[in-house]
Design a protein. Structure first.
Length: 405
């Protein structure tokens, strides 16, 4: 059966920066092709993409990932039922979450001891938390809040617990967290350690970005002067150093559009096509992934850049990364820089790879590029701007899903 896979390939040059550092504060790196490369972890770029969604999608389409999930749910309960005592709302929220997810929702031991609670729930203003980050959509939280308000008789927590134990109410709580997933949950997945049946398979795979060339880590020694020093007081008020690197990065991500469609479901409104949720999610991820940037040490380096080249392919069989083009490190060009040679590598590598492995003809492909250095990529797909890319990819995805291809 034919599949619908969207491949995204990006070449992006970043100036001196520390986008993603390890536990020592040094920019992350990896050995590939026998040499040390600059690296930005997939988690860092997925986080940046998720943050970009705040400007691309309405809040109702997004989720919340937090340990403070009881506090978040309690706020929704009091919004629906303003007369509910805040402490009681926290109790209702914690109980709903325990029933819905099977997870432990407790006041952290450290906080309980600090406030003399010994695990008491919200008695001194500290809300219970989950043991790990819990990922719930806005609509799931709203559904849980509505159910809690509906089941609360106002006769105390024990009465609420008894009501919630009824089979139909437990099933409703469970259903509330296992339907109407948000775009970010569908794309990046969700793990519920205590209830694996609530896990959501990620529709997106994101590779660690690596430099196409050997990359050296440098160190910046800096000083800060005390504004109140007199002429007689020489020397710095503070000294320090920070590591950084610069690189031309190859970035790659793939979206399993079919998996995304299954998780998000068909059109949620009667006036929209069944493919609408998935195609909107694809467009949001595409724009967010292309334009986002990890913000590590951004105030120090101001590394605001956009990609020099983007290649997008709509596959029918499986995702394919082009990182193999850079297994041999790209040498510096005659006039300096690595981008032009990297584009030449891709321009040669992609057609050879696809021909050798029999990639079907006619698979849609688009190229967004900037500058003469990217000229070698012009024949790899239809030349587009970002706005055109989003529009055409969304239309192509809709066509594939609606045709059942």
């Amino acid at each position: 059966m034919s599949r619908t896979i969207l491949d995204i390939h990006i070449l992006q040059t970043v100036p001196p920066s520390n986008l993603n550092r390890d536990d020592t504060g040094t920019p992350k790196s990896a050995v590939y092709g026998g040499v040390r490369r600059a690296r930005v972890s997939s988690q860092a770029w997925k986080r940046a993409t998720r943050k970009a969604f705040n400007d691309l999608l309405p809040p109702s389409e997004l989720g919340v990932r937090t340990k403070k999930v009881a506090e978040v749910l309690a706020e929704r309960i009091t919004a629906l039922a303003p007369t509910t005592d805040p402490a009681h709302a926290v109790e209702l929220a914690a109980e709903m979450l325990r029933t819905a997810t099977g997870s432990k929702i407790e006041v952290p031991k450290r906080k309980a001891k600090e406030e003399g609670q010994e695990g008491a729930e919200g008695s001194n203003g500290t809300a219970p938390e989950s043991a790990y980050l819990m990922f719930l959509s806005t609509r799931q939280l709203d559904a849980l809040a509505a159910l809690a308000v509906d089941l609360d008789t106002g006769t105390g927590l024990k009465s609420f617990q008894t009501t919630l134990k009824k089979k139909e109410n437990k099933a409703a709580a469970r259903q509330a967290v296992d339907t109407r997933h948000s775009v970010d949950i569908a794309l990046f997945g969700r793990m519920v350690a205590d209830s694996t049946d609530l896990n959501v398979e990620a529709a997106t795979q994101v590779a660690h970005a690596i430099s196409v060339h050997k990359s050296e880590i440098e160190s910046d020694y800096y000083t800060a002067v005390d504004d109140k020093n007199t002429d007689a007081e020489t020397g710095a008020g503070m000294i320090g150093s920070i590591d950084f690197n610069s690189a031309t990065l190859y970035r790659y991500a793939a979206i399993d559009v079919d998996e995304l469609h299954r998780t998000l479901g068909t059109g949620l409104r009667t006036d929209e096509a069944p493919s609408t949720p998935a195609q909107k999610a694809v467009a949001a991820f595409l724009e967010g992934f292309i334009t986002s940037l990890p913000t590590g040490k951004i105030n120090t380096f101001g590394h605001h850049t956009l990609p020099s080249a983007v290649i997008v392919k709509l596959r029918t069989r499986r995702p394919v990364s082009f990182v193999g083009a850079f297994e041999r490190p790209v040498p510096q060009g005659v006039n300096g820089g690595f981008l032009e040679e990297a584009c030449k590598r891709l321009g040669r590598y992609v057609p050879q790879l696809e021909k050798t492995f029999g990639v079907p003809d006619g698979e849609p492909s688009w190229v967004l590029r900037v500058g003469e250095e990217t000229q070698a990529l012009k024949d790899l797909g239809t030349s587009v701007t970002l706005a055109e890319l989003l529009k055409e990819v969304e239309a192509a995805v809709a066509g594939r899903l609606e045709s059942g291809a």
